[in-house]
Write a protein that binds this ligand. Structure first.
Ligand code: AMP
Length: 404
């Protein structure tokens, strides 16, 4: 039966949600995708999307296990379960241990679990998802694909924090995230812009609810904005990005806040939400800013300022800048954010083509800069799920056990 198993199931498991996509062969579009949300709560539900059709199934308080078992039953009914040949799992933190996608077994899973101290919000949920999926779909290979792996090529000068050795020895360094997206977009950019795969320099801005920018030299990450955790760097939906640690000491002393309070403040109450007092959603803020909402205007201005500053800074980690590439929900859809950012990049010699910029949304990819002189600017739709499926696909057929 192994030869019939051509599909890859991709799972991205959070603490109370689980996203999945099913890819047939090498097709870029998932044939079925969806999410389970509010897991462990009374209103937990599973939503399945196939083409334009959407089905919602109540899970009645069920958790990850219930959601995955229900999904498997649905796949069985659709005749798709036996077509699955591998499962790819998004794992947020691989520390400096995992430099590439890795076949999961009990030992690897234990190592990922042991890295939870670096990503306490993400890795435990990822591990839970893997455990449940390996139980439910135990007869196919499961593959861990790490957000951090792509950044393991970053040189020491760029990934080292200026702190005493004992902390550096304990793994406190910049790791970087969104690696699957940055790696995918970097490859697409080479094709779109006709660059030499062995001689090019890019800055990629992945802008979504979480945002990061990365300098890519000849296909390898050489610098990135996120750090030990996905909190450092750009202004995000609810995350502050860079802030003077001294400001945190000040707030802690002034308001007698605990470490957990500060974690919540910077990860969940800051960013666009904290700045605007209105929303973490860029689309909402763009509309509000257009109507004169002061908080929304400030939020957009601070976000764009930080982004342009990072793009300029990351360019110095490259011998040459060929292009700045925008991706992620905001990068792919907001001509406003792109225009405002590029307007600040005059020093790099980038000029916007306003018409091209205005027409780039909803998954379209293309160049949005005006002249052939100087670096280009482009929009490329990311497809992290497909990139994860690509990493898992080579494992199809390895040690497949009989379906239980
Ligand atoms: P992601 O996390 O990649 O799904 O991106 C989510 C972000 O993309 C949210 O802040 C959305 O408001 C933003 N976004 C999606 N579509 C648009 C749009 N048409 N204009 C501006 N922002 C958008």
């Amino acid at each position: 039966m192994a030869e019939a198993r051509t599909h890859v199931l991709v799972i991205n498991c959070g603490s109370s949600s689980l996203k999945f996509s099913l890819f047939a062969g090498t097709d870029r579009a998932a044939i079925l995708s969806g999410l389970a949300e509010n897991l462990g709560q009374p209103e937990s539900r599973l939503i399945l999307k196939e083409n334009d059709a959407k089905v919602t199934i109540a899970l009645d308080g069920g958790s990850h296990d219930t959601a995955l078992r229900r999904l498997m039953a649905d796949l069985q009914e659709r005749g798709l379960l036996d077509a699955i040949g591998a499962v790819g799992h998004r794992i947020v933190h691989g520390g400096d241990r995992f430099v590439k996608a890795t076949r999961l077994d009990a030992e690897v899973l234990a190592e990922i679990d042991a890295l939870s101290y670096l990503a306490p919000l993400h890795n435990p949920a990822n591990v839970l998802g893997v455990k449940v999926a390996m139980e439910v779909l135990g007869w196919v290979p499961h593959v861990a694909v790490f957000d951090t792996s792509f950044h393991m090529t970053i040189p020491q000068s760029a990934h080292t924090y200026a702190i005493p050795q004992e902390y550096r020895d304990a793994g406190v360094r910049r790791y970087g995230f969104h690696g699957t997206s940055h790696g995918f977009v970097a490859k697409e950019a080479v094709d779109l812009l006709g660059l030499d795969p062995k001689d090019h320099g890019l800055v990629i801005a992945h802008l979504g609810n979480g945002s990061s920018a990365t300098a890519v030299l000849n296909g390898e990450s050489v610098d990135t904005s996120m750090g030990l955790t996905p909190l450092e760097g750009l202004v995000m939906g609810t995350r502050s990005g860079d802030i003077d640690p001294g400001a945190i000491f000040h707030i802690a002393r002034q308001d007698k806040q605990s470490i957990d309070d500060l974690d919540t403040l910077l990860n969940r109450k800051s960013g666009l939400l904290g700045l605007s007092g209105l929303s973490n959603d860029c689309r909402t803020l763009e509309s509000a800013a257009a109507e004169g909402h002061e908080g929304a205007i400030l939020a957009m201005e601070v976000m764009v300022h930080r982004l342009a500053r990072y793009i300029g800074g990351l360019a110095t980690s490259l011998p040459r800048l060929d292009a700045v590439v925008f991706t992620g929900g905001i990068g792919e859809n907001s001509s406003f954010v792109r225009a405002k950012t590029i307007a600040r990049l005059a020093a790099l010699g980038i000029k916007l083509d306003e018409n091209a910029n205005g027409g780039m949304f909803g998954g379209r990819c293309g160049v949005i800069s005006a002249t052939a002189a100087g670096p280009a600017a482009a929009v490329i739709a990311t497809n992290e799920e497909w990139a994860i499926a690509n990493e898992a696909r080579p494992y199809i057929g390895q040690d497949i056990r009989k379906a239980g």
